[in-house]
Design a protein around this ligand. Sequence first.
Ligand code: AHM
Ligand code: MG
Length: 339
Amino acid sequence: MIGNSLVQHMNAEVQADFISTDLAAIILDISSAAIVVSGIVNRNVFDSLNEDKQTINTHGERQHRLDIQAQDIFISYLKKSEKCKYLISEECDDIINLMNGNLQESVYSVCLDPLDGSSNIDVNVSVGSIFSIFCQQRQLIDRWNPISSGQEQRVAGYFLYGTSTMLVLSYGHGVHGFTLDVNVKEFRLTHPYISLPKTGAIYAINEGNTEDFPLQIRQYLAYCKQFDPENNLPYKSRYVGSMVADMHRTLLKGGIFLYPSTGMHTNGKLRLLYECNPMAYIIEQAGGLAIDGMRPILHIPVLNTHQTVPFIAGSYNMVKNVLNLYKNESINNHLYYSC
Ligand code: AHM
Ligand code: MG
């Protein structure tokens, strides 16, 4: 059954005291921006015919034209409503001030990957946007240390621009999925209280890097490929190369997603503030685990805005197996792991 619109849902959650009016309003602003981004992603094949220049982002990666356009759309919606102070974006070296010089103070800031997986756009494969909202009582004195860890996130979500556009959202009361009804340009609740299966049978990793993975990851991959039908082994291998798409499948079907350290990315490739922390928050809210090997992602100290970490997330029992290997324990030891 199709449920409430996102607006109705947020109003009801405010009434129930599950979320503040300001946070609900910021979620609605970000969602309005994402509807516009969804439109430009859909039009890409037409607009790319006029493509002329390539730019490089703060990580030395090639930017797609839509990376910048998507960022600008989110900025303009967040600036218009003047509810957030700062934006930390994958596509911008510096923290962006959203207050238009207005002296009115806000305690909220946003972390954003405006268009995740953008190398997939030109081959018509799903991409997404990832965000989190945090509350910042103190002044942003140390510009490289906006929050101390992902535990300070109040809201985390992602948009998946796939066969349909979806918003998956958590504000500490479970994980809810909304699908965009393109006819009325409105998100509707389609996946209330998403619960991540405790175990699954799919692993997702860029296996081309196997030779450079840490020993524990290579051991785990060998385990995934064993023939043991009673334990659903061997697992299926699936890897889109868009984190949002890979995590969305993992969330709905169960499984594990891994982006460990590699020779090229010695501390992982995925960014803590606007990729790993929001996904870890959602995964934990849905009953799964997210670690960097030994530590919960949400406990990792934030050292700078574009810091990367190894990222292993998904079904509780599967991630626990990887943790056991890091702790030098038997892979199937399922003693409860407390985050
Ligand atoms: P991006 O934010 O610049 O698009 O990079 C992040 C993407 C993730 O979506 C995906 O999981 C990963 O990079 C894929 O990397 P690789 O091509 O090394 O497997
Ligand atoms: Mg990204």
